[in-house]
Ligand binder design. Structure first.
Ligand SMILES: Nc1ncnc2c1ncn2[C@@H]1O[C@H](COP(=O)(O)OP(=O)(O)OP(=O)(O)O)[C@@H](O)[C@H]1O
Ligand SMILES: [Mg+2]
Length: 318
């Protein structure tokens, strides 16, 4: 089921068009990445998802509701169920961890269930720090407070704008693990903006690549990274320098055969030599997948192609 549906969405500031004919669907319950270079329009698009940012034309449905058609009271209700976290945490420095986390409840005049708050603090790993002030916490701990605060209203959607960009790479991993846990355990759909490909590979199931206000491509992570077209390759900075001699074949390893020494077996079977031109093994959500470009002599082309087809890997001549 689609949770977010964007169609033909356009947004400008004055004469400057920031979002250009955006078409995108985000499934319920997944972690979706919005990736792109600085200025691509990622944050702007993300802000439309909580109704903070208007747009000139197009449609945006969240949980089957066209949010630009809501009146201000309905929009307030809608926004209660959308949590957001940022790069710089935006905590209140004069309030302790507990007081920061309950702020949304106070703001929306909701009952405060102390036990529930402590459960939430436990989920983010801060049950011991409830009385601490932000300046007594590390960057990673501050982001954990911000995550707890974003979850306190039981949102169905969590928006994250570069939530790990200000953190040490070693801390980034644990915050991403926490987001994954929140997604798994609470079923919250997460849309995450980042310029770091590693973040996307680690926890996103699907992603959209944005450049200059456009979505270049979107879909399943494995397909985006394993079968990039020309535009995507430029974007990913994957520069293969291919030999002019012989035949170059790019082979994609789906997860079932990623570890299978299929190429070595093939070489032995066909009694041939091959050169590895370019290869990359990548981990997607803990699963290792690979792309390999091999170079072979022309005389082996037919044999290799039929061998590869039979073995169930995807391949193409490049
Ligand atoms: N309030 C505004 N008025 C005019 N232009 C704006 C405004 N906000 C953003 N822009 C422009 O919109 C474009 C997209 O900005 P946005 O912040 O969405 O990019 P981004 O992809 O999030 O970039 P970054 O990775 O640097 O955060 C930029 O060119 C920016 O200058
Ligand atoms: Mg941004």
């Amino acid at each position: 089921m689609n949770f977010i549906e964007v169609s033909e969405l356009n947004k400008s500031y004055g004469d400057l068009q920031i979002l250009k004919n955006i078409n995108l669907t985000i499934k319920k319950g997944i972690i979706f990445g919005l990736v792109g270079h600085s200025g691509a329009g990622k944050s702007t698009l993300l802000r439309t998802f909580n109704g903070l940012e208007n747009f000139q034309s197009g449609h945006l449905k969240i949980n089957n509701v066209e949010i630009d058609k809501l009146n201000s009271r309905e929009l307030r209700e809608f926004r209660k169920k959308v949590g957001m976290i940022f790069q710089h945490f935006s905590l209140m420095h004069r309030k302790n961890v507990y007081e920061n986390v309950i702020l949304p409840l106070q703001c929306w005049r909701q009952k405060i269930d102390k036990k529930k708050i402590y459960n939430l603090l436990e989920l983010v790993g801060l049950e011991e720090k409830a009385q601490f002030y932000p300046n007594e916490l590390s960057g990673g701990q501050k982001q954990r407070v911000a995550i707890a605060r974003a979850l306190v209203m039981n949102p169905h959607l969590l928006l994250s704008d570069e939530a790990t960009s200000a953190l040490d790479p070693s801390i980034t991993g644990s915050i991403l693990d926490l987001l994954k846990q929140v997604n798994d355990e609470l079923g919250v759909t997460i849309v995450l903006v980042t310029h770091e490909m590693e973040v996307v590979k680690k926890i996103c199931k699907e992603a959209a690549f944005m450049e200059a206000g456009e979505v270049l491509k979107s879909g399943n992570i494995e397909e985006l990274f394993l079968e990039p077209d020309k535009k995507m390759r430029e974007f990913l900075g994957e520069n293969e320098i291919l030999p002019k001699e012989g035949i170059n074949i790019r082979i994609y390893f789906p997860k079932e055969v990623a570890q299978n020494p299929i190429i070595t077996k093939m070489a032995r079977n066909l009694e041939m030599n091959f050169n590895i031109v370019w290869g990359s093994l990548e981990s997607f959500g803990g699963i290792v997948l690979g792309v390999l470009v091999i170079n072979i002599a022309k005389e082996f082309q037919e044999g290799v192609c039929s061998y590869l087809s039979k073995s169930g890997v995807r391949w193409e001549i490049v």
